[in-house]
Design a protein around this ligand. Structure first.
Ligand SMILES: Cc1cc2nc3c(=O)[nH]c(=O)nc-3n(C[C@H](O)[C@H](O)[C@H](O)COP(=O)(O)OP(=O)(O)OC[C@H]3O[C@@H](n4cnc5c(N)ncnc54)[C@H](O)[C@@H]3O)c2cc1C
Length: 269
């Protein structure tokens, strides 16, 4: 049987932008090319293609019988990874929530300046499917970069789901109400130095067998929590999603390969 053909990237345009806190902004993308985008993938991974400096629109890679063809290096789009915050199939609207982080990077800078009509490409969705396999209890840990995925997953949980969610924010203004079932306990932690999340996880009473851990955020915290859960509670790749979404001091192009090494370590465990 022939291998399924990869779908070409979709060119979309900004419909509207909305701040969810002083640190985060939802950008709604729309366009006819969203037709057929899957409805059942909250929190899934997306590749985002943005214009390079001096371009008004990104030049997207194309997909042919021999695979992907990228534009020449000086025309290649900026590529970053984001999450499906929400997809509205009726209006063909896709929400992506960006951290407007203080370090400045092409994606957060684009999100700061985005206006209705600006164009961006996406590929995906990808990542594990379903993002949260069935479990008796969930432990979800993240920071602002993974809050869009966490929020999307919480909004789509069954009403009897039991979960504990630990979110790190840079200050009180990042804390917000999350829509979730009554059995979900959401706790917020303001970061005032190194990430508090690894120590908080270590101090938690363990909910027991049948727990699925979903961990995403800054590299150092994700790796520390993953290693602790693996060594202390025996969680492996079937009972844990542990993906570093960014690394302090490294832009995405420099960090990309290291992230894949970290993810492979869990696969190999
Ligand atoms: C599967 C996956 C899903 C993701 N989903 C989302 C999402 O929905 N929303 C989202 O905002 N991010 C998400 N991220 C993280 C996002 O891809 C990175 O933060 C990315 O580096 C942002 O690109 P940039 O161009 O703004 O900065 P880069 O050019 O990559 O980096 C520039 C500088 O900013 C720093 N930096 C990067 N990200 C952050 C941050 N979040 N906080 C503080 N400093 C930072 C870098 O360390 C570097 O020093 C996801 C990542 C993955 C792998």
């Amino acid at each position: 049987m022939a291998a399924p053909r990869r779908r070409p990237p979709r060119m979309l345009q900004v419909i509207e932008t909305r701040d969810t806190s002083p640190h985060t902004r939802i950008i709604t993308l729309g366009g006819a090319e969203l037709e057929g985008f899957p409805e059942d993938c909250p929190g899934a991974h997306l590749k985002l293609f943005l214009p390079r400096h001096g371009q008004s629109d990104p030049v997207l890679p194309t997909v042919g019988p021999k695979g992907i063809t990228w534009p020449a290096p000086h025309r290649r789009p900026i590529v970053r990874t984001y999450s499906v915050r929400r997809f509205d199939p009726l209006r063909c609207h896709l929400d992506i929530e960006f951290v407007l982080h203080p370090r400045s990077g092409p994606a957060s800078d684009w999100a700061r300046k985005a206006r209705a009509g600006d164009r961006a490409g996406i590929a995906g969705p990808g990542g594990p499917h379903p993002m949260l396999p069935l479990a008796q209890h969930y432990l979800m840990v993240g920071d602002l970069s993974s809050l869009p995925a966490i929020t999307a997953l919480l909004e789509n949980m069954e009403s009897d789901t039991r979960a504990r969610v630990l979110c790190e924010v840079p200050d009180d203004r990042g804390i917000r109400e999350l829509e979730c079932p009554p059995g979900v306990d959401v706790r917020w932690y303001v970061r005032r130095g190194p990430s508090p999340l690894p120590q908080i996880v270590e101090a938690l009473p363990w909910p027991g067998a049948g727990t699925y851990a979903w961990i995403a955020g800054e590299h150092g915290a994700v790796v520390a929590i993953r290693d602790y859960l693996r060594e202390t509670h025996g969680l492996g790749r079937d009972s844990m999603y542990a993906v570093p979404y960014w690394k302090a001091g490294l832009h995405e192009d420099a960090y990309h390969q290291e992230r894949h090494r970290v993810m492979d370590e869990l696969e190999a465990a």
